[in-house]
Design a protein. Structure first.
Length: 273
């Protein structure tokens, strides 16, 4: 300490006085610590809006502009890249009608499901990921991975999702016009369980924008923020992220709750009423 004071050219009393003044004047010191802790826990995926929501969940009254300003002062910025969408011209004719009609809002769990397949590439090796998403709360109901885009990829996903359904649930299941979703065994499985099949118009990605939005989030918050050395490592990380996405990651659209928390709260409220 003596060496430090000597280098700084300050007397001991002056040094401690200035440090005390700095601590007193920085009324946001504790808030900065909490902001950084939330930011690091979510690995840089949260911007100021979600961090504000997390703080408010813990009963801390804070303005989002204050959080934004403090994050800028701390050099903290969401690492997630902005999502961009591109549409492709297509034809209106489809073999299965577009029942969903871009009505992406659901009033209860297991009312409307959407699904699709996305591809990852790790050092020349590909991994295909097939999830089913519930439009009520954005929860990933089921998913399956495969090294090839085979029919079993979507069949296993659907089997897992159907295994979670109650006796009274008969959701609408919407997809694009991928060949897997047109396969007779797939359509028979849907009909057997009383589900309604819906398909996007050919070449129109906006008809299935909800699942495309999820893929954008998945890749921005998970795939692009890490370096994967093998498909096995990617699969393990993918499993962890889906659990995080369903159980921990809050959504502003869900009133600052995670998908699972939002669904659980709705079930409780329904039981009380």
């Amino acid at each position: 300490m003596a060496v430090l004071l000597q280098v700084a050219g300050l007397s001991r009393s002056t040094f401690y006085y200035q440090r005390k003044v700095q601590q007193v004047t920085d009324k946001y010191a504790d808030l900065k610590i909490r902001i950084r802790a939330i930011y690091e826990h979510h690995k840089g995926r949260y911007g100021y809006r979600r961090i504000t929501a997390e703080l408010r969940r813990s009963a801390q009254r804070v303005n989002h502009k204050t959080v934004q300003r403090l994050m800028q002062a701390l050099g903290l910025k969401s690492l997630v890249r902005a999502k961009k969408y591109r549409s492709q011209p297509g034809q209106d004719h489809v073999s299965v009608p577009n029942v969903l009609q871009r009505q992406f809002r659901a009033l209860s769990p297991n009312q409307k499901w959407v699904t699709d397949i996305t591809e990852f590439n790790v050092k020349g090796q590909k991994l295909y990921f097939s999830p089913i998403l519930d439009l009520y709360n954005g929860e990933i109901v089921a998913y399956h991975t495969s090294r090839r885009p085979v029919f079993e990829l979507v069949a296993q996903t659907l089997k897992k999702a159907l295994g979670r359904l109650g006796d009274q649930s008969r959701p609408l299941l919407h997809s694009d016009q991928g060949w897997q979703y047109k396969m007779l065994p797939y359509r028979k499985m849907i009909a057997k369980h009383g589900l309604t099949q819906s398909m996007s118009r050919k070449g129109d990605c906006f008809d299935n924008a909800a699942i495309e939005s999820f893929f954008g989030t998945l890749k921005a918050e998970f795939f692009y923020l890490a370096e994967f050395h093998s498909v096995e490592q990617l699969e393990a990380g993918l499993h962890d992220y889906i659990h995080y996405y369903n159980h921990e990651r809050i959504s502003l659209k869900l009133k600052g709750l995670s998908p699972v928390q939002y669904r659980a709260k709705a079930v409780i409220q329904s039981a009380v009423s």
